[in-house]
Design a protein around this ligand. Sequence first.
Ligand SMILES: Nc1ncnc2c1ncn2[C@@H]1O[C@H](COP(=O)(O)OP(=O)(O)OP(=O)(O)O)[C@@H](O)[C@H]1O
Ligand SMILES: [Mg+2]
Length: 267
Amino acid sequence: MIPDITDAPNAVELETIRGDIVFDHVGFHYNPNRPILKDVSFTIHAGDHVGLVGHTGSGKSTIANLITRMYDVISGSISIDGHNVKEIKVETLRRNIAIVSQEIYLFRGTIAENIRYARPDATMEEVIDAARAANAHDFIMRLPEGYETLIGIGSRSLSGGERQRISIARALLMKPSLLILDEATAAMDTETERLISDAIEKLIKGRTTITIAHRLSTLKDCNYLMAIEHGEIAEQGTAEELMEKKGVYYKLYTLQSEQMKKVMAGL
Ligand SMILES: Nc1ncnc2c1ncn2[C@@H]1O[C@H](COP(=O)(O)OP(=O)(O)OP(=O)(O)O)[C@@H](O)[C@H]1O
Ligand SMILES: [Mg+2]
């Protein structure tokens, strides 16, 4: 399915966005006989660092897709800074919201062009600075044609960790007001993981951020957490509040710390 989202005739263009996001009874499905989000309501305040957890397939990445309007809601509404997203120019959203994930969209073009994606006017120097900060410069320079290497459909493919660092470089260059980090499920070696988390730390500073995570340790810096289950936000609050609730988050936490103990004990 190719998303086909266009601007409403009265769509507004915003120079920047602050990042106040409101989901109001949002319902969504990709396929009518399989509802994904049933009744999702939450508020994110500009400057927040929100963590989103939930089982695989619960709809976390879908929430990110709706904020960036890759798809439109079926029922309810989403607003950003008080404007319904359907009434904000798609270009405004693309320019101000960055998603960092392994499933980043790479088009057929050079690495440099792919990093420049949201800022076509960026100079080569800016591209390289962003790639350095994203810890991507070294692997790019090891490719036969460096920044001029062709990637995307039908040409050289990159590993998940490499794609993710390209997406971090792209986001650093873009200086988005809203950042969505969609953590990879695939395991990465410790060194790559460290390179990525260092780069992400630079990226998060001073931005409204939504972090989608499987490993709860990724969420240690979030000031607010939400747990999604059965198409709804089952719990929200600070990590301490959710621990006290002994619900979804608590279960995930206990499970993960038990696994961790086993790893530490070499079992
Ligand atoms: N483009 C699509 N077309 C049809 N179904 C889709 C599409 N994208 C996702 N889905 C389905 O919607 C559900 C929610 O997917 P989503 O990617 O939002 O889950 P998630 O919570 O991000 O999972 P994970 O933790 O594995 O990343 C899944 O069952 C998935 O198979
Ligand atoms: Mg996902």
